[in-house]
Design a protein around this ligand. Structure first.
Ligand code: APR
Ligand code: PHB
Length: 390
């Protein structure tokens, strides 16, 4: 293949969703991915979907399994001071809820849909490189099965994650980046055990943050705040379960069903935004453009909202060559990105231990008491947790 309308770099959830939506709108596209399909499909990430994310899975035609297997959550729990408070989601948000359904499953559903379209997707492509995106004739080159390819196109979309090549090839003077690295990591454990609570629990304890989540009624996902210097091999399953229980209110700790880990890993926490996210004929989306810390599970949801704005821009661009639609993309997507960055940063600050000075710690305790006891506080948390409107 020598030419297409859109080359998408990266086949994570952002790239796959975009490719499927473009297929649906009869806009010709090619996806180029560095890793193998097996590798991409095995990655374990968060699993709480906003309503607009679920809506987009419906729109693209990939929601069948999500409807059958996703678990709707009508509330979210905040634990602190050895007590747990439940915050209802629907009452203050016009009935919106979130759905527990793993990002791994979202990726698989989008992958299966893509295969059914038989549109081009190159896995295990190496040396992927965007070219001439400041001109009217951009292209993407790569090596696939030992053969060199160069595909010319109208638009390149970088959906290649934080470490991808797309953002890296933008001239330094054309882009501004904002970043915050948090001084701790998350140690996560997946197990075939029933979840300890019906809905997600965010726990702030003197020993550190703890999170109880789920993938199904028989599969749980738990996290604890850990030191950045910790190595996963230092944490036996028993040590993880003991530490998790110590950080939770007694009733939860006693109800916890433990079991062998299916997966255990440590992830760092980062807030990052690039501005703008359109450079001529190169547009960035998802983790290539911004990263949130996992508190609040906004990463996938934000990638999906980018694709919502991007589809609007690309539809206008291909319908009538409207170049300003591409500029609008950057502004529209980033307006929502910054608000969601704020919420992810806020929830991280509120629920983690930073070796704060005693005054800062007292402020967090007061904030926790406020948002769980005041209606205005609960509404603010709920409206951000279910996802701000697109
Ligand atoms: N060439 C081609 N593909 C690349 C390159 C490259 N140089 N660099 C990275 N990729 C691929 C990665 O292998 C990965 O499959 O781009 C994909 C990016 O996928 P994600 O990192 O999942 O990013 P995104 O699709 O934006 O999804 C955002 O998913 O990854 C989580 O934490 C993230 O929750 C967030 C959401
Ligand atoms: C998860 O289920 O993995 C999860 C849930 C909520 C979060 C982060 C991760 O805030």
């Amino acid at each position: 293949m020598k030419r297409t309308q859109v080359v998408i770099i990266g086949a994570g959830p952002a790239g796959l969703l975009l490719g499927n939506l473009l297929d649906k709108h009869n806009i010709d596209n090619v996806i180029v991915e560095r890793q193998s399909a097996d590798y991409v499909l095995a990655r374990i990430r968060a699993g709480i979907l906003e309503q607009t994310t679920v809506d987009m899975m419906h729109e693209v035609g990939a929601a069948q399994r999500l409807v059958e297997e996703g678990i709707k959550h009508h509330g979210v729990n905040i634990a602190f001071d050895k007590k747990m408070e439940s915050i209802p989601l629907g009452a203050s948000t016009g009935g919106k809820v979130v759905t527990a359904y793993g990002q791994t499953e979202v990726t698989k559903d989008l992958y299966d849909l893509r295969l059914s379209h038989q549109s081009a997707i190159f896995y295990e492509a190496s040396d992927v490189m965007p070219h001439d995106f400041d001109s009217d004739s951009p292209s993407v080159s790569f090596t696939y099965h030992g053969q060199a390819y160069q595909i010319s196109c109208d638009i390149i979309v970088g959906c290649d994650g934080y470490h991808g090549v797309s953002r890296a090839c933008v001239p330094e003077k054309a882009i501004q980046t904002y970043e915050k690295i948090y001084p701790f990591g998350w140690l996560g454990l997946l197990s075939d055990t029933p979840p300890v609570a019906h809905e997600v629990v965010y726990g702030n304890d003197a020993r550190g943050f703890a999170l109880c989540s789920m993938r199904s009624l028989t599969r749980s996902r738990y996290y604890i705040q850990c030191d950045l210097t910790d190595h996963v091999d230092q944490w036996s399953d028993d040590a993880f379960w003991d530490e998790l229980r110590r950080r939770l209110p007694v009733e939860l700790a006693e109800a916890m069903v433990t079991g062998p880990s299916l997966e255990k890993s440590i992830a760092p926490l980062r807030s990052f935004v690039a501005e703008p996210i359109r450079f001529g004929r190169l547009l960035l989306a998802g983790d290539a453009a911004h990263v949130v810390p996992p508190t609040g599970a906004k990463g996938l949801n934000l990638a999906f909202s980018d694709i919502h704005y991007l589809m609007k821009a690309l539809s206008a661009y291909f319908a009538d060559g409207d170049d300003s639609a591409l500029t609008d993309y950057s502004q529209a997507a980033l307006a929502r990105v910054w608000k969601t960055e704020r919420f992810s940063w806020y929830l991280t600050n509120l629920t983690h231990r930073f070796n704060d000075d005693p005054f800062e710690q007292k402020m967090k305790e007061a904030e926790l008491a406020y948002i769980t006891s005041s209606e205005a506080g609960r509404i603010s948390l709920a409206e951000n947790y279910v996802g701000l409107p697109l």
